[in-house]
Design a protein around this ligand. Sequence first.
Ligand SMILES: Nc1ncnc2c1ncn2[C@@H]1O[C@H](COP(=O)(O)OP(=O)(O)O)[C@@H](O)[C@H]1O
Ligand SMILES: [Mg+2]
Length: 63
Amino acid sequence: MPNRTHAYVKEGQPVRTILEHIKENNYDLVVIGSRGLSGFKEFLGSVSHGIVQHSPVPVLVIK
Ligand SMILES: Nc1ncnc2c1ncn2[C@@H]1O[C@H](COP(=O)(O)OP(=O)(O)O)[C@@H](O)[C@H]1O
Ligand SMILES: [Mg+2]
């Protein structure tokens, strides 16, 4: 079966909304960027950090 990806637009606090979405769907893997648009130099942003910490499925972080 070909790889399937999904795109959704949802409203809410990002970490909570993304985690709810992950838990409502039977995903094999979550792919997320390491940083967003903020200028901080840490490897993980607050959203990617929250998803890596709390996701029930594997997370691939893209630098
Ligand atoms: N509102 C959002 N909706 C969907 N994905 C997001 C959202 N905010 C951040 N992300 C994902 O998390 C990654 C890291 O962003 P974030 O943790 O917000 O870093 P920063 O603190 O640098 O903005 C982004 O590359 C994106 O994949
Ligand atoms: Mg951000």
